[in-house]
Design a protein around this ligand. Structure first.
Ligand SMILES: [Fe+2]
Ligand SMILES: [Fe+2]
Length: 326
């Protein structure tokens, strides 16, 4: 066990200089990147109240399920403290406070912080949300943390974040197009820029793993296999509402997303396929026997999951969230 940890640390510090070099290809300069206020009514202007009225008018057209998904997405984004503190606990990340990994973690957090901020303000202004109920769920989610099955292993963690950034990209992108269909162009724009951020972040995490595959292919393959066997759980899997037990709201949130086609079992398979391609799993070299077996498992997985997904029925059970007014 100790040997593996040492090796991981070695690999992490080997990649660190590349990180510092490449990091800003995946991040945008702070002074010019979008900020929540670019999209929201400006309270210092005399048009503030009429702008809010307009915002509320278009928010009226959003379907119940879409509002539910948007709230779940927002709470997920707002649990950012969990993700940042988690990343700093990953083996090799915080060894050097000024090193590439810590720098990446802080810059990534800074970009991510705008997502929950923007969506929360939008939802507050929309008038459709019981903010107190939503805030309680947010506090619960941060307090409850998560259990994503990665331990402190950087390989498993960055495989997880690669997957997760792609999943949030899909989800925000779909909310954007659904919002547009429902007549809310402002919300559509907001979710569009957030989806753009997630796509950049996904590229970064995928690059880290690509580098890891270059120097430690067998262990990287085993880590990938392990994460896929466990299945990638969503970071909000502990989601709950007032009076409910830990995780009890999560299934209703994902049902709403599945019903609307915002994020489905098919998307899970598509993301897996993308990772297999981008990490050149099929043609990976330098594998030992167990690595070869792991590769076989991964290569066969999309077809297997697809068969399962085809048998799955669209969840019809309607659920009344405490978060939504009326
Ligand atoms: Fe985000
Ligand atoms: Fe993200």
């Amino acid at each position: 066990m100790h040997f593996f940890e040492e090796k991981r640390k070695e690999v992490m510090s080997h990649i660190e200089p590349h990180m510092l070099e490449k990091m800003f290809e995946y991040l945008k300069p702070i002074d010019t990147i979008w900020q929540p206020s670019d999209f929201l009514p400006d309270a210092s202007r005399s048009t503030f109240f009429s702008e809010i009225k307009e915002l509320q008018e278009s928010a009226k057209g959003l379907s119940y399920d879409l509002i539910a998904v948007l709230i779940g997405d927002t709470i997920t984004e707002e649990a950012l403290p969990t993700y940042e503190s988690w990343l700093t606990m990953v083996e090799g990340v915080s060894d050097n406070e000024e090193g590439g990994w810590m720098k990446w973690t802080r810059h990534w957090t800074a970009e991510e912080n705008r997502h929950g901020d923007l969506l929360n303000k939008y939802l507050y202004l929309s008038g459709r949300v019981n903010m107190r109920m939503m805030e309680v769920s947010t506090q619960y989610l941060i307090a409850d943390g998560f259990d994503i099955g990665t331990g402190r292993d950087p390989y498993r963690n960055f495989i997880y974040t690669s997957f997760q950034e792609l999943a949030t990209n899909v989800s925000h992108r779909r909310v954007a197009s659904q919002a547009k269909k429902d007549g809310d162009t402002l919300l559509s724009k907001m979710c569009g820029v957030i989806a753009g951020d997630e796509a950049r972040h996904a590229k970064a995490y995928k690059y880290f793993i690509e580098k890891i595959f270059e120097v430690d292919p067998n262990e990287a393959m085993l880590a990938f296999e392990d994460m896929m066997r466990k299945k990638i759980v969503m970071p909000a899997h502990f989601l709950r509402e007032v009076g409910l037990k830990i995780g009890q709201t999560f299934g209703h949130f994902t049902d709403a997303a599945e019903r609307l086609g915002i994020y489905t079992a098919l998307d899970y398979v598509d993301i897996l396929k993308e990772l297999i391609e981008d990490w050149h799993i099929e043609s990976a070299t330098g594998l030992e026997e167990n690595g070869e077996k792991a590769r076989d498992y991964i290569m066969n997985l999309p077809a297997r999951l697809l068969r399962v997904a085809e048998r799955m029925k669209n969840p019809m059970l309607e659920y009344k969230f405490s978060w939504i007014n009326g």
